[in-house]
Design a protein around this ligand. Sequence first.
Ligand code: CP3
Length: 371
Amino acid sequence: MKPATSAPFLRACRREATEYTPVWLMRQAGRYMAEYRALRQRSGFLELCKNPEAAAEVTLLPVERLGVDAAIIFADILLPVEPMGVGLEFAAGEGPIIRRPVRGAADVKRLPDVDPREAAPFVFEAIRKVRKALSERVPLIGFAGAPFTVASYLIEGGASREYLETKRLMHNDPGAWHALLERLVKVTVGYVNGQIAAGAQAVQLFDSWVGALSPADYREFVLPHTRATIKGLTAGVPVIHFSTGTAGLLELVREAGGDVIGLDWRVDLADAWKRVGYDVAVQGNLDPALLLAKPAQIKRHVQAILDRAAGRPGHIFNLGHGVLPETPVEHVIALVDMVHELSSLGGGLRPPSDSSPPGLRGKSPRSNDAR
Ligand code: CP3
């Protein structure tokens, strides 16, 4: 068995050459899968997250069904703030709800100091179970929300379009804002390092909603906190820094840190890579809605993204955001195969290798020992 560090996904994180472009998908375990929907009929989302056995099972589903090059632990970015007593709930069809939002300095002061390692021990337990089950098949990614995105849920009380309460607090009471983000940095660093200690081999920070900010506000109110988070993480484990709607912020996102910059589909991959610099790897960036189109169309767009990456070491294929619940699972399976096949045929920059990509079903040693 090959050592985990030579897995194509981890090699790409380090910008080393790979036999084919590794691929995994944000939200690769979720409602688009019948197996997941079946599990969800029996238990609530939070209940699933808090059951390490079930969370491990869901984490492994896409590895077995799709042949992706990495697993991502089944959890949520809001789990570590639940012990702060903000009243976290997941309402059907609505996403997360925070019953007692944080709206001012007094609310921030009232938040109890939670020990991140005790906040979500079930996530660490699930990670240990997944690593055991995966053996060295594919690496396991841990994750957390970046401070801005988590703060936006705490302040808004749920999803938002305009982030008005978030911006109101940020501008009216910068002291309370920075105090809140400093609290979140501390919790997030402990939470992610706990995941690494439990066995996560790479970690992703999701700053899903930070694209709502101007460059000046990102620099003043977010960048120092995201940078402190990334600086606080255990050295030697690749950090993927993902955000969406940040075409106007990419250089600043990169400045905040990360070994891999996650790109959404609103940017051209080649232009974005040039902007963030070739001394970081990039991840992305197919429009998730394309997976609703016919496979021929998907293939055309996969090829276009691989062309933009031009075989340069350090590209991890992914969507520009999570898999949508409406996505046909066959299209997702086809996508993973397409990435493997198209990238192993065309890659002039790739060294010859003795192993075929897992996408060539039946021919790869990995798909045989996957059962
Ligand atoms: O990628 C994976 O497969 C791992 C699991 C994962 C989930 N949430 C499971 C989940 C990951 C990586 C997340 C991260 C997450 N959670 C983010 C960042 C990624 C992104 O999408 O921008 C955010 C913003 C959240 C907060 C959150 N949790 C939202 C907005 C929602 C509702 C949206 C939805 O899809 O329902 C959730 C719930 C959630 N998290 C579900 C899953 C599978 C759906 C719960 C259900 O079964 O009803």
